[in-house]
Design a protein around this ligand. Structure first.
Ligand SMILES: [Zn+2]
Length: 246
């Protein structure tokens, strides 16, 4: 059992929250009950996940995508009202960690995805959010690795026989960071999403590209964080995956 403020303080320290300029507040976004013993993790704080947390009698819900994004309407109306009302009515704390959870070197989305894909020597590229590492297989073979790890068919751009040695990647919607991959001479860039201009950019730079799903690539950080917290504070933890094709 742990007090919700103590848990927020621990996570702020563990995830180096102060070091990030982010698009949302990182930490305890919605205050619920004081004492926490049962936590649920998930990718995004949508109503389906909140309803499952209620069914599981969770004291806290941990997500990668929470509320209160910059540029979003600040009024608490419509679906935002419904989500927040359900959390408040059921005394569930909502903890959200965005960029600090992408970047963390143990439980972060990028390092966790690297482990799922057996990427060797994973390391961040300078002070960017993009990582690089080593693999040794063809694009077709690596596509299979990605598909079986994520249980989802990725979009693959490039010659399937191309031999891959250096990979750069960034979980989520990071397709515009392909330049960082090109700058380190990566053979392939992998991220969650894709945009219309990417096939031509990839082809003209002779770099393969995989879009493996925004949701699919960001399932692992929040699970690893909550696994760590459950061991540290003796909490019950369960990850709930709300299916998302994007
Ligand atoms: Zn994301």
């Amino acid at each position: 059992m742990v007090n919700h403020q103590d848990l927020a303080n621990y996570c702020a320290d563990y995830l180096n929250v102060d070091q990030f300029k982010d698009y949302c507040p990182n930490g305890l976004q919605i205050e619920g009950c004081q004492e926490i013993t049962n936590i649920i993790s998930g990718v995004s704080a949508n109503l389906a996940l909140i309803e499952q947390a209620i069914d599981e009698k969770a004291d806290a819900l941990f997500v990668h995508h929470g509320f209160f994004w910059k540029n979003e309407d600040t009024k608490i109306t419509g679906i935002k009202r419904n989500r927040i009302a359900q959390l408040l009515a059921n005394n569930i704390n909502l903890f959200a960690y965005h960029l600090p959870l992408d970047a963390h070197t143990k439980v972060g989305n990028n390092i966790q995805l690297a482990q799922k894909l057996a990427i060797q020597s994973p390391t961040p590229i300078g002070d960017t959010l993009v990582w690089q590492g080593d693999i040794d297989m063809s694009l077709a073979q690596f596509g299979q690795v990605v598909e079986s790890a994520t249980q989802r068919k990725p979009l693959i751009l490039g010659d399937s026989n191309k031999q891959l040695k250096r990979i750069a990647w960034c979980t989520g919607g990071a397709q515009s960071y392909i330049d960082h991959a090109i700058n380190v001479d990566a053979d392939i860039f992998l991220t969650g999403e894709v945009s219309e201009q990417i096939p031509a950019i990839a082809k003209e730079n002779d770099i393969a590209f995989i879009s493996a799903g925004h949701h699919a690539t960001e399932r692992y950080g929040v699970q690893a964080l909550c696994q760590h917290l459950s061991e540290k504070f003796d909490l019950k933890h369960q990850f709930i995956d709300i299916d998302n094709q994007v």
